[in-house]
Design a protein around this ligand. Structure first.
Ligand code: 6R9
Length: 572
């Protein structure tokens, strides 16, 4: 196996083995002021702490999209987030309240996020592509009392049917409706009125900070709760895995509606006092390379699907841009093919560092540590202080090379603390005492490198985003023509997987191309564009167990021309 040696000099971190031997999370806490008081606030540590030093005039946020090109220093961010904290307090928001964000990337989104945390409220970021059902499920389950959104996204918010939702703050131009019990405010107006001095709410390290909803294979999306304590992990992994240094310009391409866009699109870089670039708008190779050139991006974190699309765009595009500022690149969200790593070496002369974690882990737990040789195709080794293992169903550790369940020893600082309103679901993450079960299948080789093998459940990773088949199926069966639906992930060279839906129709409906297209649109318009099936296939019947469960794995095997395995439970 060809390995790629570390290629950088002057790395920020000790040698991997040395780091593991001497590591203690307690030492990491000393980077923060609160280890003495036990009282803490993520937004203070991410923003204000720097604004109190020479970094106050350092750029915290570069923001650019098709229309805007702005920068904000740590001092600007401190004042603006103070103001927003006051806006929330002025309308009665208190510690522990759930405040949701539903808007495209913009400086206001980042200011709002920090303001929410400063007053000890719990932030709930929602991906801007969510349609009504997705928005409703999350606001309902979290019992959110405040929503920050834009006038154009408001049409997807059934605010009069959400009894807990009291206030909506609208960012940008557009009409605010005047109906129902919800009170509307305008972001710009309230910010103008608010003071820039704020008494930060000092919270306990175990107090709730952020709720990320994520999909499983059954049931509605789950609200994964993280606490302020997560900063320990996010700080240290950003320092060592992202290798962030004082003069870096860091760009994470993920949207804060997903966990990568908060843990490493906001917290990781700012906890390290690093300038963070946020680029709004859609993907295009020219735009992305142009962004690196223009801002002199030095550390770049993206997803396999983006790297594969850049690879498909060809090496000539790369040559049109000056990418000499790039020093470190990273990838997360799906398996990063060895081929892409080799391509990265050719075109960027850099290793693309794959690393593994998930919404529930809150921060990186397995990584290709920069000072370590990389085996292309592997996710790397456990971060110092983290213990990972491949276990069988009884919780026995498997030998190198054997595939099993990827588990993490409970107790890392950014571990989820609960599933909102669903303790039972939370407990299911720990089937073997003391171990968190990820739901991924993996193996470890003799050198201790971990290799991703697949999901242990039916969750679909499509273009780096996690989609639960159940949510899509539930939406499909709301269509008048659909009797039953089953959704699978179908391997795709660029997107990792695409969503394919199999549908059985009700009596009186006929299969047609138009109907298939209509079903695609139905999900796209009501759930989310990224959750819409790219392929819809109408079938006479769907394979089911005798207890009536649709057998997705059988559909998948049929689709991929693979053996179907044990069909003894299938209804004939
Ligand atoms: C951070 C994030 C988590 C799931 C995870 C796994 C897949 C993430 C990966 C990877 C292979 C990697 N995943 N990183 N698979 N190699 N380096 O993506 O969180 O959206 O919760 O997804 O993503 O299947 O279980 P999340």
């Amino acid at each position: 196996m060809q390995t790629l040696a570390p290629i950088k000099t002057g790395a920020n971190m000790p040698d991997y083995n040395e780091a593991c031997a001497n590591f203690s999370w307690k030492d990491v806490e000393k980077a923060f002021s609160w280890h003495e008081t036990e009282k803490v606030n993520m937004a203070y540590e991410a923003i204000d702490r720097h604004a109190e030093t020479w970094r106050k005039n350092k750029v915290a946020l570069y923001y650019s999209d098709q229309k805007r090109d702005e920068k904000y220093t740590f001092q600007d961010m401190a004042f603006l987030s103070n103001k927003f904290g006051n806006v929330l307090r002025n309308i009665g928001t208190e510690k522990g309240d759930r405040v949701f964000l539903f808007m495209p990337r913009s400086p206001e989104l980042y200011v709002s996020m920090m303001g929410i945390l400063k007053i000890g409220a719990i932030a709930g970021p929602l991906f801007e592509a969510f349609m009504e059902q997705a928005v409703r499920d999350r606001l309902e389950n979290s019992e959110a009392s405040v929503l920050i959104t834009t006038p154009s996204l408001l049409e997807r918010v059934p605010y009069n049917e959400l009894p807990h939702l009291e206030n909506i703050i609208l960012v940008g131009d557009g009409e605010a409706p005047e109906d129902g019990d919800v009170k509307f405010y305008r972001f710009e107006e309230e910010m103008d009125k608010a003071s820039r001095d704020l008494d930060i709410e000092w919270v306990d390290r175990e107090d709730g900070m952020i709720l990320h909803y994520t999909s499983g294979s059954t049931g509605k999306p789950k609200g994964v709760l993280h606490v302020h304590n997560a900063m320990i992990q996010q700080y240290q992994t950003a320092k060592w895995v992202l290798d962030l240094k004082e003069d870096d310009i860091y760009w994470c391409t993920a949207d804060p509606g997903w966990v990568t866009g908060t843990s490493y699109g906001i917290f990781g870089p700012w906890l390290n006092g690093v300038s963070n670039l946020i680029r709004g708008g859609r993907f295009s190779p020219e735009d992305w390379y142009g962004t690196i050139e223009k801002y002199r991006v030095s550390v770049w974190l993206s997803a396999p699907t983006a790297f594969r699309r850049l690879m498909a765009a060809g090496d000539d595009v790369v040559k049109q841009f000056d990418l000499s500022s790039l020093r470190h690149t990273l990838s997360v969200g799906e398996p990063l093919n060895a081929e892409v790593v080799h391509w990265g070496m050719n075109v960027y002369q850099l290793r693309i560092h794959d690393h593994w974690w998930m919404t529930e882990t809150g921060g990186i737990v397995i990584a290709n540590y920069p000072t370590m040789p990389i085996k292309p195709g592997s996710m790397g080794k456990p971060f110092p202080g983290v213990q990972a293992a491949i276990l069988d169903e009884e919780g026995n550790e498997l030998s190198p090379g054997q595939m099993g369940r990827l588990c993490i020893k409970a107790g890392w600082p950014s571990m989820l603390r609960t599933v909102w309103n669903n303790e039972e679901r939370f407990n299911k993450y720990f089937p073997v005492k003391g171990w968190f079960e990820s739901g991924d299948l993996a193996s470890m080789d003799e050198d201790g490198y971990f290799w991703f093998e697949g999901r242990d459940d039916d969750v679909i990773q499509t273009s780096g985003e996690r989609v639960g088949p159940f949510e899509v199926e539930s939406k499909l069966v709301e269509h008048p023509s659909v009797a039953e639906a089953a959704v699978i992930g179908k391997p795709d060279p660029v997107r990792g997987h695409i969503i394919k839906a199999f549908v059985a129709l009700k009596d009186g409906y006929e299969k047609s191309d138009e109907l298939e297209e209509e079903l695609r649109k139905f999900v796209k318009q009501r759930l989310a564009a990224h959750a819409a099936p790219r392929e819809v296939e109408i079938r006479d019947f769907l394979p089911k167990t005798r207890s009536g469960k649709i057998m997705r794995r059988v559909l998948k095997a049929w689709e991929l021309d693979q053996p179907t395995g044990d069909l003894s439970t299938m209804e004939k």
